[in-house]
Design a protein around this ligand. Structure first.
Ligand code: PLP
Length: 416
């Protein structure tokens, strides 16, 4: 290995080379049976993924965006209602809200987890919403539309503080839908239940994406919805397939949003390796943390709460002069990314919502500092040493450290 080898941001080739024989055999078997849509291959994967997540049901769909949209619809959320989420997420979260006929409303994230801040959620519901005297429903002060649901996003493979969010949701009778599209296998210690729970198993519904670059990725587009509610799963099965449970007998208008059998077969094979791949991502994350330890006061490393086990879909650090650091990494042939450069409330399609710069200070501040470093199961120590050396050499000034939010663990503890 010479010093000039390229270190990619993501390595999608190696895992497929390692599994090539199995994947090709599964593809051949689909060709020979012409079993492309539905059937036992899809059901096998759904059963296995439900088992992995610890849920009773899993419904395979065409993408993570489908999963979120159909989850909202199957949960009975629709036309004119408001769904609360965070501005620091991929646009699919809010696209799904809009496509379900609802409007997104944002609450800011925690500076530690970069995920929904339960205290800000509580404050938002207490101060930015009012009770409709006639219907008793909670209305957004901004739009006068009823608040129906909350979508916490487990961004970067890091869990949102679910006990607190679920407790608040229960208090206000709101439905919780987890966007677990980056968090396959991430775990949260529920104090309420005194046990570890997997991402996608805690809310009413969980939505997963199997886009190729996710921790569990298809060889194309795919997604899934998880739930413990069999009636909701039945609705989802109809919604993904033109509103029919029996061919040509339509109970409602649905979508073409099915998981196809070839992707299900690929996913079934790869699911066997997900635990191992996630463990390797965690090892790589811990190596980064060790290698960066001399620089802890100039940059911010991912937060590791005692109550969660992240699966490091992304390894996101914060630096003061992010764009310059990123350029230097690029010059050294090291891939990196920004997730995400423009908070959603400031993106063009959401101008109609009337938000402005300054509305979500944490999201806005971190958006200019976050930098995603190479992260994948096959990332080697020598590669990480080079990444870290390059970052440390290009960081010229320290980034402000997040304040120790004394009330942050307290909010979690309050959920007992
Ligand atoms: C990838 C992703 C989605 C959308 O998944 P697709 O399969 O690309 O439709 C939704 N939310 C988050 C947070 C994601 O990372």
């Amino acid at each position: 290995m010479t010093h000039t080898d390229n270190i990619p941001f993501l390595d999608l080739v190696t895992p497929h080379l390692e599994l090539e024989d199995l994947l090709v055999a599964a593809f051949r078997s689909a060709l020979r049976s012409a079993g492309f849509i539905g059937g036992s291959v899809v059901e096998d994967f759904e059963r296995a993924f439900a088992g992995f997540c610890g849920t009773d049901c899993c419904v395979g769909v065409g993408s993570g965006t489908d999963a979120l949209r159909l989850a909202l619809m199957a949960a009975g959320i629709g036309e004119g209602e408001t769904v609360i989420t965070v501005p620091n997420t991929f646009i699919a979260t809010t696209e799904a809200i809009t496509q379900a006929g609802c409007q997104p409303e944002f609450v800011d994230v925690s500076e530690h987890t970069y995920n929904m801040d339960p205290q800000r959620l509580r404050k938002h519901l207490e101060t930015q919403c009012i009770r409709d005297r006639r219907t008793g429903r909670l209305l957004s002060r901004r739009t006068h539309s009823p608040i129906a649901a909350i979508i916490p996003v487990h961004l970067y493979g890091q869990m949102a503080d679910m006990d607190s969010i679920l407790q608040i949701a229960e208090q206000y009778t709101l439905i919780v839908i987890e966007d677990a599209c980056q968090a396959h296998g991430a775990e949260y210690f529920s104090r309420k239940e005194n046990r570890w729970r997997k991402a996608g198993s805690m809310g009413r519904v969980g939505a997963f994406s199997f886009y190729p670059g996710k921790n569990l990725g298809a060889c194309g587009e795919a997604g899934a919805v998880t739930t413990n509610d069999p009636e909701l799963a039945r609705q989802l099965r109809m919604l993904r397939d033109h509103g029919q449970a029996q061919k040509y007998y339509h109970d409602l208008e649905g979508y073409n949003a099915r998981l196809d059998a070839i992707q299900a077969a690929m996913l079934r094979i790869k699911l066997e390796h997900l635990g191992d791949w996630n463990a390797k991502r965690c090892e790589a994350a811990h190596r980064y943390a060790e290698l960066f330890s001399p620089a802890r006061d100039v940059l911010v490393l991912p937060y590791e709460p005692s109550w969660a086990k992240a699966v490091y879909h992304l390894y996101v650090i914060r630096v003061a002069d992010r764009d310059r650091v990123r350029t230097q990494l690029g010059a050294a042939d090291i891939g990196s990314g920004i997730h995400y450069p423009i908070p959603l409330h400031l993106q063009k399609p959401y101008r109609r919502l009337g938000y402005k710069t300054g509305d979500f200070p944490v999201t806005e501040r971190v958006a200019s500092q976050i930098l995603s470093l190479p992260m994948y199961p096959t990332l080697r120590l020598d590669e990480q040493c080079r990444v870290v050396a390059e970052v440390m050499a290009s960081v010229a000034r320290p980034v402000a450290q997040p304040e120790t939010e004394s009330s942050f663990p307290a909010e979690h503890a309050a959920a007992d």
